[in-house]
Design a protein around this ligand. Structure first.
Ligand SMILES: NC(=O)c1ccc[n+]([C@@H]2O[C@H](COP(=O)([O-])OP(=O)(O)OC[C@H]3O[C@@H](n4cnc5c(N)ncnc54)[C@H](O)[C@@H]3O)[C@@H](O)[C@H]2O)c1
Length: 259
């Protein structure tokens, strides 16, 4: 498959390697500043990004750029009609708007805040654990995550999804609170805290805490490779399912639609 990469930073480079290893051709690497990209575009110019993709002859796009850039890029990329896989985080509040754009332009996109298979299994384990622990009122629950100090958004998209799964399993938690909120948490509040330090690729921990003991569930990414491989597989699957008619165009899909 001919693939265009939008955003050629740490993830873009890793995805290029994984895509080539899987037998794909990377026909364009598009960035606002990366000197080794095939196309350097002005920041905030979604049209320039879309033109570069169109001129490359790409059959699919993988977007890993920046939370401040992703919406401009998607608004220009989705109307091209190619399958677009989005890994950039920090735009969860605009998902409805992008789903609407897919519908209006008959474009197809797929997003996940975490493409690693391990994390997607972790979501299921956490949801089930939250359900089991919710029966025992002695146990409180909280989420903590750590990432490298270059990460722009906080909490991570993965931590938000972990928290959402806890709230699905434990109906007494109805609201998330983040970082320093300078008061005692109320019983219905789920505390989600973040640390930014050094080079951590991504660690997420759920604590179930009682007066007698504590249960800790942790997912620790060892490298970015798991995310990059997952994004390439997601594009392969999205393109194949659209071609076979199993998935229809004009929708914004998630991990559970593909795997
Ligand atoms: N979904 C996942 O599994 C997953 C995994 C890791 C990282 N991420 C997310 O992916 C994003 C990128 O992460 P990274 O570690 O590669 O960051 P990075 O800072 O190394 O790279 C981002 C690149 O995007 C470029 N960029 C900025 N604005 C752009 C624009 N308008 N058009 C094109 N390129 C632009 C930057 O110049 C930079 O080279 C972040 O939002 C991060 O949280 C997601």
């Amino acid at each position: 498959m001919k693939i265009a990469l939008v955003g050629y930073g740490k993830m873009g480079h890793m995805i290029e390697k994984c895509a080539k290893d899987a037998g794909h051709e990377v026909v364009a690497t598009i960035d606002v500043m990366a000197k080794d990209a095939t196309n350097i575009v002005p920041a905030g110019d979604g049209k320039a990004v879309a033109d570069a993709v169109k001129n490359s002859g790409a059959e699919g796009v993988i977007e890993f750029s920046h939370p401040t850039a992703v919406l401009g890029n998607l608004n220009a990329l989705i109307p091209l009609g190619l399958p677009v896989v989005v890994g950039t985080t920090g735009w969860a509040k605009s998902e409805d708007e992008i789903a609407e754009l897919c519908k209006k332009t008959c474009g197809t996109a797929m997003r996940s805040s975490n493409f690693s298979i391990g994390v997607n299994m972790f979501y299921k384990i956490v949801e089930e654990a939250a359900k089991i622990m919710a029966e025992y009122s002695d146990y409180d629950v909280a989420v903590w995550e750590a990432h490298h100090n270059q990460k722009a958004d906080s909490p991570s998209g993965t931590a938000l999804e972990v928290a959402r799964r806890i709230m699905l399993g434990n109906k007494s938690k109805t609201q998330m609170v983040f970082d320093a909120f300078h008061e005692k948490p109320k019983a219905n509040e789920l505390h989600v805290s973040s640390t930014r330090v050094g080079f951590v690729p991504g660690t997420h921990t759920v604590f179930f805490d009682s007066p007698a003991d504590e249960i800790e569930l942790t997912h620790r990414a060892r490298s970015r490779e798991g995310f990059a491989k997952g994004a390439v597989v997601a594009l392969e699957k999205l393109a194949a399912k659209i071609a076979s008619g199993e998935l229809e165009k004009g929708r914004l899909y998630g991990m559970s639609d593909l795997f």
